[in-house]
Design a protein around this ligand. Structure first.
Ligand code: OAD
Length: 240
């Protein structure tokens, strides 16, 4: 960590780029590292289209388990801070890799979900989408075409939604501050998106207790948890 201590109050157009570490303080397990989801579950058996095609019920069982677990978690003070900042600054966008919906529950309004949502399903047949928080999700077939409802999550091997990527790149290319929070920066193409802010001349800040492969691309890396470091960055903001 260097001595540069950026404060959000100095900026107007901010993008918060979040990963699983953002929700760790809510009790949502991260994907990698100790206790990580992919340490316990093989993504090839639970989080890719071939696995769903082979055994949709098994894949749904895993996602119903995740719905139950995540549904019992509440936004943490870090999520709430982002929602409050959005009300104070002219332009704030949350670009998230998270599928837990906690930013929206905390009150953030402009949220772009790069990897989809645990709380939305998509028909594998006709492509229509449906949002809802029912656990377990038991209505497995689309009434219109008979296709399987699958989680509207970007699984391994799936393409990201072009409209979401476009909006994210637009927000990032137009920001003066980008804060990446709680991501290991190893899953592409999402991992590289924050670096688009560099070309826009923005200040880049990383919040993560651990270094990441992209740490050197940031102006400053704040080594601590999401809430603690966000609170530091909020000094000087009239949050109350
Ligand atoms: P990871 O699990 O790969 O990384 C979580 C990061 O959060 C790590 O770098 C931790 O050091 C950091 N971290 C842990 N606790 C933290 C805290 N309290 N405050 C701040 N940071 C903390 O999660 P992602 O980078 O989000 O894809 O993973 C990217 C994608 O891989 C996910 O979106 C997911 C997964 O496969 C899908 O679900 C489609």
């Amino acid at each position: 960590m260097n001595d540069f201590h950026p404060r959000i109050a100095q900026f107007e157009r901010v993008v918060f780029f979040t990963g699983a570490g953002m929700s760790a303080e809510s009790g949502v397990p991260t994907y990698r590292g100790t206790g990580g989801v992919w340490k316990e579950y093989d993504y090839e058996a639970y989080a890719c289209q071939p696995a769903f095609d082979a055994d949709p019920a098994k894949v749904w069982e895993f996602h119903n388990f995740r719905r139950r677990l995540v549904g019992a978690c509440a936004p943490n003070p870090g999520h709430t801070l982002l929602a409050r900042i959005e009300r104070l600054l002219p332009q704030v966008t949350v670009v998230t890799q998270n599928i837990d919906g906690l930013h929206q529950l905390a009150g953030s309004r402009r949220v772009l979900e790069l990897h989809g949502s645990l709380w939305r399903v998509r028909c594998a047949g006709c492509g229509q989408r449906h949002a809802g928080r029912d656990v377990p999700f038991a209505d497995l077939h689309c009434a219109d075409c008979g296709g399987w409802w699958r989680p509207d999550i970007v699984w391994f091997g799936d393409a990201l939604r072009a409209d979401v990527i476009r909006d994210a790149v637009e927000a990032i290319a137009d920001c003066d501050l980008l804060v990446a929070i709680g991501t290991s920066a190893v899953v592409y193409p999402a991992a590289a998106l924050p670096l688009e802010a560099r070309r826009a001349g923005a200040t880049l800040v990383e919040i993560n207790p651990e270094p990441t492969p992209l740490s050197d691309a940031y102006d400053v890396s704040l080594r601590g948890t999401a809430t603690e470091m966000l609170e530091r960055m909020c000094e000087g903001l009239a949050l109350n």
